[in-house]
Design a protein around this ligand. Structure first.
Ligand code: DGL
Length: 204
């Protein structure tokens, strides 16, 4: 039995955007993808609820012989990785964060919109990141409910949501940080509202 699987999880299909990138780098590994659509959305859950959810998924992935666990969710990474690393000391947890440092590295001068869940935007981890790399032209947009609508796959709802919540930034914003793993799935629709912008959603 292969005891070196890589487990990867998110609150649904969003983490597939991360899985695709990992497979490009490590094509020969065995993966288990845990799509927790039952508990979607994570973005509105409190810390205790989310710790419990991530704990249960971790137990499940460990039982399936995963030795590395990728938290392919910005919200769960921001809120739960410390708890998981403390509790499962012999397991390697890979966490992610909104690609805000890339704005600092590549496009510091430009007005920036960070789209993420409420949980991520309010988290201590994200606020430390923001403080460290702040370009002082950054708008934070907690996209309440967006991951859920993407999960449903109702295109009309997605377009209406983005129209309602993003139109006011058109012409102002040049960088968009997609701080939730679900959002790259609607990158074209975001572009249709905001026009030509540069997206930041992963490391180069
Ligand atoms: N895809 C997740 C993230 O990256 C969470 C979305 C949600 O369930 O609210 O934050």
């Amino acid at each position: 039995m292969n005891e070196n699987k890589i487990g990867i999880f998110d609150s649904g299909i969003g983490g597939v955007t991360v899985l695709k990138e990992i497979i490009k780098l490590l094509p020969n590994e065995d993966y288990i993808y845990y799509s927790d659509s039952k508990n979607n959305p994570y973005g509105d859950k409190n810390d205790d609820e989310l710790n419990l959810i991530c704990d249960n998924i971790t137990k499940h992935l460990l039982e399936k012989n995963c030795k590395i666990i990728v938290i392919a969710c910005n919200t769960a990474s921001a809120k739960c990785v410390n708890y998981l690393r403390e509790k499962y000391k012999s397991t390697l947890f890979i966490a992610i964060e909104p690609a805000y440092k890339m704005v600092y590295d590549y496009a510091y001068e430009k007005p920036t919109l960070v789209m993420a869940t409420k949980g991520t935007i309010e988290s201590e981890r994200f606020n430390l990141l923001l403080k460290k790399y702040d370009n002082h032209k950054t708008y934070l947009l907690p996209c309440i409910g967006l991951a859920n609508i993407i999960e449903e796959g109702n295109h009309e709802k997605i377009v209406n949501y983005l129209q309602e919540n993003l139109s006011k930034y058109k012409g102002t914003i040049q960088n968009v940080v997609l701080g939730c793993t679900h959002y790259p799935l609607v990158q074209d629709e975001i572009k249709n509202v905001l026009g030509e912008v540069t997206f930041f959603n992963r490391s180069k």
